[in-house]
Design a binder for this molecule. Structure first.
Ligand code: SF4
Length: 716
C-alpha cells in the first residue's frame, strides 16, 4: 500500500488528505495530521473521497476517452486524441480568422489547479488575443475580489484560520459554515470551547445550523445586508465606538461615507432588515467593542446584485473600528471552491491578469505581455460568465470551450444557457465525468484526470498553497487539464499568426514548469511567491503567500502596519448606499427564494452523487417552507408544488421548515434535472433550481444574484 499526501478537492477550507492506494486502486484515505488547515480532520465529503473515486469508475460515470458527437442530439462516438485536438484547433483558428478573436471563449472552473488555470489564461489572452476567459468562480467569489480591491487595494484576504483562536467576537454573515465549510466550523467550536466569553453573531435570513449556535442571530430580510452594516456603523459613530485615530492615519473616504450613513438610523435599519433595534445595537456593540472581531462571510454576501457593496460595507466596519491586521480580527472571505483563490492569482477571469494585475491597467497589460513574450494583451474586457453565455446565445461567440464545470446546471436562467449551447457552432467540454448536463451539448468531449490522479497546486481561503499529488495513474485515455490545454495551444500556434512571440508560448514539459512561470509573474506583487518552490512545499508543507525571495515562511496576516496596497498606502472606505434585491417579491411572485448547499453534497453532484451514503442526510429535493406558508397553501409535507419565477418553473415536494420565514423558500442547489424536472416559460424542458433563478448581477463584480429570486408556489 502506498500513501500520498494531497488536498481535498471540494471546498476552500483546503484540508490535507493522505490517500492510500494499491496499484491503480485508491483504497482508503484519512485527514493529513500535519496539514495546518485541518490537522487530520475531514468532513463527510472529504472522508468519502476514496469511495467516490472508486464508484465513479465502477458506475461508469467517468469520461475515459475522447468522444465526438457527429450530429447534435445523437450519442457521441470515440475519437482519437490527435483527431479531436486537430479538429478543435482547426475550428478555433477558422472562427478567429472569420470573426475575430472575441468570437471564441473559455469557461473554466475554480476546481482546476493553478497550473491548469495559468495555461488557459495564457492561451486566451496571450495566444488567441481575447479576454473571453471566465470561470465559475464568477458565481462564487468575484464580489469578494471586488470588495477587497475597492477598500483594501488588493484581492488579499488579510486574516487566517489561526485568528479563530484569538477572536473575541465572530461575525458570520451569509455563510452556513457548519455545512459549507465543516472543518472550519469544527475549529470555531474548538475556539468557543476554549474561550466561552467569545460572542458569535450570525447574519442570515435562514435559521441554519450555524445560526442555531449563535449568541445573536440576525435573521435579516434577504438582500438587506448593506443596510444592516451601514446601520451598525451609524450606531458606532453615534456611540463613539469608532477608532478616529486609525481612520485619520490609515484611511480615506470616511467623510463621504458618513453622508450615506446619516439616513441609516436604527429605526429605518430595523424596519428594512426586519430585526429589532435592540438586536441591532447589540450587534454594533459586540462588533466594535469585543477587542478582536473576526468576520467570516461567503455566498450570502457574494451572490447578490449588490455583492461588491455588501463586501465593502462589511470591510468598512473593520476599518472604522481598526480591527484588521492583528491576531483575531479582520474581514475573512471563505472561498467556496478549492482553488478559486489560485485562479484569481493567475488572473483567470475576464477582467484580471496574472499576478493580481488588472486588465484595465495599461501598465499591467504591458508587464504581462513582456512576461509572456507577446506583442500585447488586448485591452477590450472579456465576457464574464452570464454575459459570455448571452453572447453565445446571440451568435456573437461561436466556439466555446468549457473545462471542469457544468454551466448547464450551475448558471442562473438555464433557458438562456441552453440557447447558448445550442447556438454555438462548436462546444468543447473538457471533463472528468460523462454525466454532467453540459456533456449533452458537447460536439467534442475531452477526458480529464481528476482528484487522486492530478498534479499541481491549490490555494485555500487563508492564502495557503498546498500540493495536489497523484496517487494513481490517469485512467483510460484521460489527460491532465493543463496538458490538454497545452497540446491544443501548440496546434493552434501552428495555425495562427504568432502575435509577436518568437517561440512557443507553451514550452512546458510538466506542471512544475508552469508553476515556476506563474511564480515569476508574482515578483513584486502583493502575492509575491518568489521565495517558494515545489521543493519547499514538499519539504516544509503548505505555505501562505506572500513568501518573497529570501524569506523562510509566508505571512499569516496582512496589513499589521496599517499600510495598504493602494497608491497612497491608505485603505479606502467605500460609499455603500443601500439598494434592494434586483427582483423584489410582489403580489404575483410573493416568495423570496434562496438557494444553498447541503452538508453532504458538492455542486452538481457529479462526484458526490455516485455514493448512496451521501444521500443519508437529505435523500431528495424539496422546497422548504414555513408552517404558515404551508397552511396558507393548504400543503402537507411531501405534496408536490410548482415553484415558478418569471423565467421558468420546477416541480418538487414541499417540506415544513423552521429555518425559513413565512415569506421565504429554500431549495438546495445540487439537484440536477434527473432529480428536479422543470420547464422554461417558452415550454423548453429544463431541470434543477437554476431553471428559475435570476441572472441579474452586481454591476461591479458581475456575480449573479443566485441568493434571491421572486417566485410563486402553487400546489401541483
Ligand atoms: Fe474537504 Fe472542505 Fe470537508 Fe475539508 S471541509 S474535508 S476541504 S469538503
Amino acid at each position: 500500500m502506498t500513501e500520498t499526501r494531497s488536498t481535498c478537492p471540494y471546498c476552500g477550507v483546503g484540508c490535507g488528505v493522505v490517500i492510500e492506494s494499491t496499484g491503480d486502486q485508491i483504497t482508503g484515505m484519512r485527514g493529513d495530521p500535519d496539514h495546518p488547515a485541518n490537522f487530520g480532520r475531514l468532513c463527510t465529503k472529504g472522508s468519502t473521497l476514496h469511495l467516490t473515486a472508486t464508484a465513479a469508475i465502477t458506475r461508469q460515470t467517468r469520461l475515459l476517452q475522447p468522444m465526438q458527437r457527429l450530429q447534435r442530439g445523437q450519442p457521441p462516438q470515440p475519437v482519437a486524441w490527435d483527431t479531436a485536438l486537430d479538429l478543435a484547433a482547426g475550428k478555433f483558428a477558422q472562427v478567429v480568422r472569420d470573426h475575430g478573436p472575441d468570437a471564441v471563449a473559455f469557461y473554466i472552473s475554480g476546481q482546476l489547479l493553478t497550473e491548469d488555470y495559468y495555461v488557459f489564461n495564457k492561451l486566451a489572452k496571450g495566444l488567441i488575443g481575447t479576454n473571453n476567459v471566465d470561470t465559475n468562480s464568477r458565481l462564487c467569489m468575484s464580489s469578494a475580489v471586488a470588495g477587497y480591491k475597492r477598500t483594501l487595494g488588493a484581492d488579499a484576504p488579510p486574516a487566517c484560520y489561526d485568528d479563530l483562536n484569538h477572536a473575541q467576537c465572530l461575525f458570520i454573515a451569509g455563510s452556513n459554515t457548519a455545512w459549507a465549510h465543516p472543518i472550519l466550523f469544527r475549529r470555531i467550536e474548538d475556539a468557543r470551547a476554549a474561550n466561552p466569553r467569545m460572542k458569535v453573531i450570525v447574519v442570515d435570513p435562514r435559521r441554519t445550523d450555524t445560526a442555531g449556535t449563535a449568541d445573536l442571530h440576525l435573521a435579516i430580510q434577504p438582500g438587506t445586508d448593506v443596510m444592516l452594516f451601514n446601520g451598525m456603523l451609524h450606531i458606532m459613530l453615534l456611540e463613539g465606538w469608532t477608532q478616529r485615530q486609525y481612520i485619520h492615519e490609515h484611511t480615506n473616504g470616511f467623510d463621504e461615507l458618513k453622508a450615506t450613513l446619516r439616513d441609516c438610523t436604527p429605526d429605518r435599519v430595523a424596519e428594512v432588515c426586519g430585526i429589532g433595534r435592540e438586536e441591532l445595537f447589540t450587534a454594533a456593540r459586540w462588533f466594535a467593542n469585543s477587542g478582536a472581531t473576526l468576520s467570516l462571510y461567503c455566498q450570502g454576501l457574494n451572490q447578490s446584485s449588490a455583492g461588491t457593496d455588501k463586501n465593502a460595507a462589511l470591510i468598512n466596519l473593520h476599518l472604522a473600528t481598526a480591527q484588521i491586521g492583528q491576531p483575531g480580527m479582520g474581514p475573512f472571505s471563505l472561498t467556496g471552491q478549492p482553488n478559486a483563490m489560485g485562479g484569481r492569482e493567475v488572473g483567470g477571469m475576464a477582467n484580471l491578469l496574472s499576478g493580481h494585475r488588472d486588465l484595465a491597467n495599461a501598465a499591467h497589460r504591458a508587464e504581462v505581455a513582456a512576461l509572456w513574450g507577446v506583442a500585447d494583451v488586448p485591452s477590450k474586457p472579456g465576457k464574464t460568465a452570464v454575459d459570455m453565455f448571452q453572447a453565445a446565445a446571440d451568435g456573437e461567440i461561436k466556439a466555446l470551450w468549457i473545462a471542469c464545470t457544468n454551466p448547464a446546471q450551475s448558471l442562473p436562467d438555464q433557458a438562456l444557457v441552453r440557447r447558448a449551447l445550442e447556438r454555438a457552432e462548436l462546444v468543447i467540454v473538457q471533463e472528468a465525468f460523462s454525466t454532467t448536463a453540459t456533456c449533452d451539448y458537447a460536439d467534442l468531449l475531452l477526458p480529464a484526470t481528476t482528484w487522486g490522479e492530478k498534479i499541481g497546486t491549490v490555494t485555500n481561503s487563508e492564502r495557503r498553497i498546498s500540493r495536489v499529488r497523484p496517487a494513481v495513474a490517469a485512467p483510460g485515455e484521460t489527460r491532465h487539464d493543463w496538458s490538454i490545454a497545452v497540446d491544443f495551444a501548440r496546434r493552434l500556434e501552428a495555425l495562427m499568426p504568432a502575435r509577436g512571440a518568437a517561440a512557443s508560448l507553451f514550452p512546458y514539459p510538466d506542471a512544475e514548469s508552469i508553476w515556476n512561470e506563474h511564480r515569476e509573474s508574482t515578483r513584486g506583487r502583493d502575492l509575491d511567491i518568489t521565495g517558494l518552490s515545489y521543493a519547499m512545499l514538499d519539504e516544509k508543507g503548505p505555505q501562505q503567500w506572500p513568501l518573497r525571495e529570501g524569506e523562510a515562511t509566508g505571512q499569516a496576516r496582512l496589513y499589521a502596519d496599517g499600510v495598504f496596497p493602494t497608491a497612497d498606502g491608505r485603505a479606502r472606505f467605500a460609499d455603500t448606499p443601500y439598494r434592494g434585491v434586483a427582483e423584489p417579491r410582489d403580489a404575483r411572485y410573493p416568495f423570496a427564494l434562496t438557494t444553498g448547499r447541503l452538508r453532504d453534497h458538492w455542486h452538481g453532484m457529479s462526484r458526490t452523487g455516485t455514493l448512496g451514503r451521501l444521500f443519508g442526510h437529505v435523500a431528495e429535493p424539496a422546497v422548504q417552507l414555513h408552517a404558515q406558508a404551508m397552511a396558507r397553501l393548504q400543503l402537507k409535507d411531501g405534496d408536490l408544488v410548482h415553484l415558478t419565477s418569471r423565467r421558468g418553473s420546477i416541480m418538487l415536494p414541499a417540506q415544513t421548515s423552521t429555518e425559513v420565514a413565512p415569506t421565504q423558500a429554500f431549495v438546495a442547489m445540487h439537484w440536477g434535472e434527473e432529480y428536479l424536472s422543470g420547464v422554461s416559460t417558452s415550454g423548453k424542458r429544463l431541470g434543477g433550481i437554476n431553471a428559475v433563478t435570476n441572472p441579474a448581477y452586481c454591476p461591479v463584480s458581475k456575480q449573479p444574484e443566485l441568493k434571491h429570486t421572486a417566485v410563486k408556489i402553487l400546489k401541483a
